[in-house]
Design a protein around this ligand. Structure first.
Ligand code: GDP
Length: 453
């Protein structure tokens, strides 16, 4: 039975009635240095899994040829904006859906350019699994991995944004400078393993390396044939994804949907987001925090299909019975019984990645779930011993790169967050100026008008 047939319960008068889909949904973010081949790979996956029809492919092939970028046609499937096609760059986070018999997936194709790291954070903060794309081509792996390349920054951010599962695809193995050479693959695995281990990845349990050629579609779905590469006996990329065990999602928890975007559909307010915990049902009364906009769910859509309810992990379009004026990205849709109370101050643990001097009074932008807000460090409470993870006794006046501190963060405006231990997706944050300054997690929150608990 095909993946689509598996979903159909009955067909009456040509109308398909869909079964509740038991297949778990995963958000997969593609990260890595610019030109590593992320968009090409994403396009190839959509092609191989039958999500793009032959006519669309031919159209993209024609378009790419007209622009003298023939080899880019697969990337065109992901890079939708005209602007991006002209430049051949991925700016916004592209989204696409594909499915197999085992799971349903949304691909988030994050931009690799330095200036677009905030978009990458946006993509990664919604992801369950990271696919780190590495170019094996001579010089390209080195450029991406050296200081200034995005491989390190993306992998670091992915880990701190809570992506514990990483599939590393060593791409462009078909390149004349590589020719599926095991030595090249092994060397890259060795260099990356050392680095990823240092970031705290569980290399045995949660990280795997797969050689591929995204452009020609080798080792994406079908396993590698020994004629192409006799030494690799592992899974193809899609086999590896299908074998990822179920994630423990908080279906019983309070409803939390951080809002990514909003728009109007035939006059009805629609918000987009990923259900991080709890379930959402058609007809349910909900409240958007921190503005306390109380409303009702008119209808729900998952990947363009109308659904009765949604569980955690799903990306959902929520049609609401209210005006959209007071709703913005970064707000959180909650159930009315126990909404996420707004805070303006919290205590967080913060790892300084790239700053010479950081002291109380420091201000920058904080990215936390889908919110981007100004904040100030009010006080530094203590420095944390890297070995024991415990606070050091000395008084602290400032911090610098590699320090881990506990500090009091003050937001310019009220926001909704959760403690990291309660709901990690809403309790980890990234601090940025024009570069990433550091990453952290929320330890204690202080709801407005109460003392810190
Ligand atoms: P992105 O910036 O990571 O999204 O990279 P793109 O997908 O746009 O690809 C960058 C360039 O690498 C394009 O010219 C692709 O055709 C090329 N490329 C991507 N995958 C492969 C591959 O598997 N083999 C070879 N030889 N080239 C590839």
């Amino acid at each position: 039975m095909s993946a689509e047939e598996a979903q159909i319960e009955a067909v009456t008068d040509g109308v398909k009635k869909l079964k509740f889909d038991d297949r778990e949904h995963y958000n997969v973010v593609f990260i890595g240095h610019v030109d590593a081949g992320k968009s090409t790979l994403a396009g190839q996956i959509l092609y191989i899994t039958g999500m793009v029809d032959q006519r669309t492919i031919e159209k993209y092939e024609r378009e790419a040829k007209e622009k003298n970028r023939e080899s880019w046609f697969l990337a065109f499937i992901m890079d939708c904006g005209e602007d991006e096609r002209e430049k051949g760059k991925t700016v916004e986070v592209g989204r696409a859906h594909f499915e197999t018999e085992a799971h349903r997936y949304t691909i988030l194709d994050a931009p690799g350019h330095r200036g677009y790291v905030p978009n990458m954070i946006g993509g990664a903060s919604q992801a369950d699994i990271g696919v780190l794309v590495i170019s094996a081509r001579k010089g390209e792996f080195e450029a991406g991995f050296d200081k200034g390349g995005q491989t390190r920054e993306h992998a670091t951010l992915a880990k701190t944004l809570g992506i514990d599962r990483l599939i590393i695809v060593i791409n462009k193995m078909d390149e004349p400078t590589v020719k599926w050479a095991q030595e090249r693959f092994d060397q890259i695995v060795k260099d990356l393993s050392q680095f990823l281990k240092g970031l705290g990845y569980d290399m045995k349990k949660n990280v795997q390396f797969i050689p591929i050629a995204g452009l020609t579609g080798v080792n994406i779905k079908d396993p590698l044939s020994p004629e192409i590469c006799p030494w690799y006996k592992g899974h193809s990329l899609i086999q590896a994804l299908d074998n990822i065990p179920s994630l423990n999602r908080k279906q019983e928890g309070a409803l939390r949907v951080p809002i990514i975007d909003k728009y109007k559909d035939r006059g009805i307010t629609v918000v987009l987001g990923k259900v991080e915990s709890g379930t959402i049902t058609k007809g349910q009364k909900v409240v958007l925090m921190p503005n306390r906009v109380t409303t009702e769910v008119v209808s729900l859509k998952c990947h363009e299909e109308e659904v009765e309810w949604c569980k955690p992990g799903e990306n959902v379009s929520i049609y609401l019975k209210c005006d959209d004026e007071d709703i913005h990205s970064g707000h959180v849709l909650c159930n009315t019984e126990n909404p996420c109370e707004p805070i303006q101050e919290f205590i967080g643990q913060f790892i300084v990645l790239d700053k010479n001097m950081l002291a109380p009074g420091y201000t920058a932008m904080m990215h936390i779930h889908t919110a981007i807000e100004h904040f100030k460090i009010k006080t530094i409470i203590s420095k944390i011993d890297r070995k024991t993870g415990k606070p050091l006794p000395d008084k602290v006046f400032s911090a610098k790169s590699k320090d881990i501190i506990e500090a009091r963060f003050e937001m310019e405006r009220p926001i909704c967050v959760e403690k990291f231990e309660t709901l990690s997706a809403m309790g980890r944050f990234t601090v940025r100026e024009s570069k990433t300054i550091g990453v952290g997690k929320v330890l204690k929150v202080k709801p407005l008008k109460s003392s810190i608990s």
